[in-house]
Write a protein that binds this ligand. Structure first.
Ligand SMILES: Nc1ncnc2c1ncn2[C@@H]1O[C@H](COP(=O)(O)OP(=O)(O)O)[C@@H](O)[C@H]1O
Ligand SMILES: [Mg+2]
Length: 267
């Protein structure tokens, strides 16, 4: 496979920055049914990009294809300097360790403590029981997990069983676990979907603050237009298998996004 040529990424204050993600000629079909039909875009580091589109437009499929949880059908993905589609199984595991994922459902282990669940995020770097139970984890791993918990505002709940926390607190534990991976890129698929409006907004604000503080890159999906507008730098819109909208968030408003949705044909 040829290496994709990196499109120019411009950012305020500099003429060129190496993109953290380049997608070229990207196609995904399921059993011959085209879902994504030729996507081309690049993302600069340290940015929050929102992906919007009608239900079934392929947003989740694209996110999963980026780390090959679903195999792409054609095209190129260059992410964090790696040719993702060419990675061997072992290199793919190492690559995925750098990509934090926040789903609508967080897959925490309900009967274990908050701290043990956060420690699980270290599994990309450490394996065995030491990466599973807080009591067996090395002191430096426990210390880092406490810092991650502190970052999401839950240090005082470290010893609590996860299933006794609220939905919003559990999502923050999932984010702390993701921080234990020391990710360079975060993919977030509707992390606010099953939370009440206030809590959902807090979770989105937390993700954006990680982008701002640590220079991480975020590609996120939210079904709430107000979250798309408040927590992104750029908006990409999917329609009919293609990128049909690409604009800085500063140039978007709720009316223009609604117009984008209104012009889509029903799926
Ligand atoms: N594993 C799969 N097998 C077959 N079709 C799928 C699969 N996953 C998603 N699809 C289809 O692909 C389309 C895009 O789905 P999805 O990416 O979940 O959309 P979105 O996240 O934008 O709502 C939908 O028509 C969906 O039914
Ligand atoms: Mg989806």
């Amino acid at each position: 496979m040829n290496a994709p040529t990196a499109p120019q990424c411009s950012q305020a204050g500099s003429t060129y920055v190496e993109p953290v993600l380049v997608v070229g000629g990207f196609v995904k079909n399921f059993d011959g049914r085209l879902v994504l039909n030729g996507l081309d875009f690049a993302i600069a580091p340290g940015q929050s990009t929102a992906l919007i589109g009608a239900n079934g437009s392929g947003k989740s499929t694209l996110l999963k294809c980026l780390i090959r949880l679903i195999e792409p059908s054609a095209g190129q993905i260059q992410m964090l300097g790696r040719d993702v589609r060419a990675l061997s199984p072992r290199d793919l595991r190492a690559f995925r360790a750098q990509v934090g994922i926040v789903w609508q459902r967080h897959n925490l282990v309900p009967r274990l403590s908050v701290l043990s669940n956060v420690i699980h995020g270290v599994q990309s770097r450490l394996s065995g029981p030491r990466a599973w139970f807080q009591a067996l984890a090395p002191a430096d791993v426990r210390g880092e997990a406490m810092q991650c918990l502190d970052r999401v505002g839950l240090a005082d709940r470290a010893a609590t069983r996860v299933d006794s926390l609220s939905g919003g607190q559990q999502q923050r534990v999932a984010i702390a676990r993701m921080l234990m991976q020391r990710p360079a890129f975060i993919l977030a698929d509707e992390p606010d979907a099953s939370l009440d409006p206030q809590t959902g907004e807090e979770v989105m604000a937390l993700l954006l603050s990680l982008v701002r503080e640590k220079g991480l890159s975020l590609l996120m999906i939210s079904h709430r237009l107000e979250h798309t507008l408040e927590f992104s730098d750029r908006i990409l819109g999917l329609a009919k298998g293609r990128i049909a909208l690409d604009l800085p968030t500063s140039q978007a408003d709720a009316a223009s996004l609604r117009r984008f949705f209104d012009h889509q044909e029903p799926a």
